[in-house]
Design a protein around this ligand. Structure first.
Ligand code: ZN
Length: 119
């Protein structure tokens, strides 16, 4: 039975299906051995849930049995007030240097298939 909250797993289920579809179209009929996916900490996607969904989503596809490698991308931002580059945890965080809220996101919004290895 599902280990995860239903709402979360529905979200990640759709995303994982999307990942599998993208990989299948790139694989062009070849069996996929490894998939590397980047997931940013601000993307709203829970890596563990994607991992959880992957086996079911990849069944009977070119990705069946493929290894899923998830790379988490930490969230970083540049402060428009003091120009500092800071690590953040959410969109609501303030600049750690000056307390300003005018932050420009530099990384952490990624959600993409980075690499495919095929047979
Ligand atoms: Zn600042």
């Amino acid at each position: 039975m599902p280990l995860l909250d239903t709402v979360v797993s529905m979200h990640e289920l759709a995303i994982t299906q999307n990942i599998v579809e993208i990989c299948e179209s790139h694989a062009a009929g070849r069996q996929v051995r490894l998939v590397r996916v980047e997931i940013g900490d601000l993307s709203g996607v829970v890596p563990d849930a994607v991992e959880f969904c992957f086996e079911a989503c990849s069944r009977d596809t070119l990705l069946q049995g493929a290894r899923l490698v998830i790379e988490r991308i930490p969230a970083r931002a540049r402060c428009r007030t003091c120009a500092a580059q800071v690590a953040i945890r959410s969109y609501h965080d303030a600049c750690a240097a000056c307390g300003g809220y005018q932050l420009e996101i530099l990384s952490g919004e990624e959600l993409q298939v980075k690499q495919l290895e095929v047979h």
